[in-house]
Write a protein that binds this ligand. Structure first.
Ligand code: PLP
Length: 436
């Protein structure tokens, strides 16, 4: 249900072109009264903009291209629905996410079911629904075989998530410095060959796709070259007659806020490298395989702000602490120490007082810092602090710790409306699941 609430934002509302949307004190104060002293703001125009830019970058270079939006990055139902309406498939990694996609009215054939944990029931459902399914581990093979034998008249199409070495100059680019990824079916160990043999033995199973997602530290274009090349080579060597799609996973950079001062590859840079390989490798194919990209961060990170009210500014032995109605959990669930881009919306003009201060949250944890050692004019009680770029892996990781989850409001053209209400104590301690 969409509750429409119009905020008087005047003529300035244009979230994509004018980042100052809503950001005058009176407007935020009004929203505070309606939605609470801390809330997320989803910029729907920015979301559309991201989708269209990614699609254009790839489609202009390789026609048969699909975006599978990575639900886990932010499965706010309203957001998933918007992306679906734009044309995105749903990339899900659990039955919970699968069922959400169905609940949102997604065509099951437009769901990509990934992830390391799928029950026999999950696999049966996905196969019955003809969803795209990428097998991650050997145990899933038995479920697929069993289903195929029980349904001899159905052609069962499955994909495999592959695991191979993507090191450059002997160095692994994987996140956290891992040498080896724990996901997918290993080519080097012989597991891949085993799976090929198992599936070949059953007539109504078709190996339709290859998937290769690797979460890398620097999201470099070179990693995507390697992934794409390897998937193409394997497809041509083993499943040249049955290949329908090459899925290169997610992990690309999106547009970063200017204040990050960091130059990263553009959507065009990624598309150029990936599509050039796809075009070359499948040049002679009558029907080229579809290219699937599964962006998460790149699609949603810059579409969310978190707005929190300043409760107090205090000094403790010469250090300044600004307490806000919010927590590090709301904006950085991994508790990393980099400061996000932020701005302070002040109630009035105070005498300038540049200081170094920390912004701290409502939990009782010492390490609940939303920002460290900011140098700026000190914020005062009733000012607001807006943290930017908080759309990815925030609301999905937000633990129910100490306080109810805040409201999420969306801004779309001239409208502001609630897409997740502020949680109540009844919802937090749901009587259907807790015993009192
Ligand atoms: C299979 C798969 N696809 C897509 C993604 C999205 O990655 P990102 O949010 O970095 O784009 C992930 C993230 O871990 C993933 O595991």
């Amino acid at each position: 249900m969409k509750t429409e609430i119009h905020a008087e934002t005047g003529n300035e509302v244009n979230p994509v072109n004018n980042e100052n949307i809503l950001f005058d004190y009176q407007t935020i104060q009004k929203l505070d009264k309606q939605f609470g002293s801390s809330f997320y703001l989803l910029n729907v125009d920015k979301l559309r903009d991201n989708y269209q830019k990614i699609e254009e970058a790839f489609k202009s270079k390789y026609e048969s291209f699909i975006i599978g939006y990575s639900y886990k990055t932010n499965y706010l139902p309203y957001l998933c629905k918007q992306l679906s309406e734009l044309g995105a498939y749903a990339e899900v990694v659990s039955r919970l996410e699968y069922d959400l996609a169905i609940k949102l009215g997604e065509n099951p054939k437009r769901i990509i079911f990934n992830g390391p944990l799928k029950s026999e029931e999950d696999i049966n459902l996905a196969l019955k629904n003809e969803s795209i399914i990428n097998i991650d581990s050997i145990y899933e093979i038995e479920f697929v075989k069993e289903y195929a034998l029980n349904n001899p008249n159905q052609l069962i199409k499955v994909g495999l998530r592959l695991n191979f070495d993507i090191s450059q100059d002997g160095k692994s680019p994987l996140q956290e410095g891992y040498d080896v990824s724990r996901f997918g079916i290993c080519i080097e160990s012989g597991n891949f060959q085993y799976v090929i043999n198992e599936f070949k033995a059953i007539e109504n199973i078709k190996l339709a796709g290859l998937h290769g997602h690797f979460s890398t530290r620097n999201r470099e274009v070179e990693s995507y070259r390697r992934i794409t090349q390897k998937l193409c080579d394997i497809a041509k060597e083993y499943i040249t007659d049955s290949i329908d799609y090459i899925d290169i996973g997610g992990g690309i950079y999106g547009e970063l806020p200017k204040s990050f001062n960091k130059t990263v590859p553009t959507f065009d840079d990624y598309a150029e490298a990936i599509c050039q390989i796809m075009n070359k490798e499948f040049e002679s194919f009558e029907k080229k395989p579809t290219l699937i990209l599964e962006p998460g961060m790149a699609m949603v990170a810059n579409t969310f702000h978190f707005i929190s009210k300043v409760i107090e500014t205090k000094t403790i032995r010469g250090k300044y602490f600004v307490l806000v109605e919010g927590s590090v959990h709301n904006i950085k669930p991994t508790m990393h120490k980099h400061n996000l881009p932020m701005r302070i919306i002040r109630q009035k003009k105070y005498n300038k007082s540049k200081q170094v201060f920390n912004i701290v949250g409502y939990t009782c944890m010492e390490k609940d810092y939303l920002a460290h050692e900011i140098t700026a004019d000190l914020p005062h009680k009733n000012d607001y602090i807006i943290f930017e770029n908080v759309g990815a892996y925030t609301i999905v990781f937000n633990p129910p710790f100490i306080k109810e989850r805040p409201c999420i409001v969306a801004a779309d053209k001239n409208e502001i409306f609630v897409v997740r209400k502020k949680e109540t104590i009844e919802q937090f301690f749901n009587e259907e699941i807790y015993c009192f």
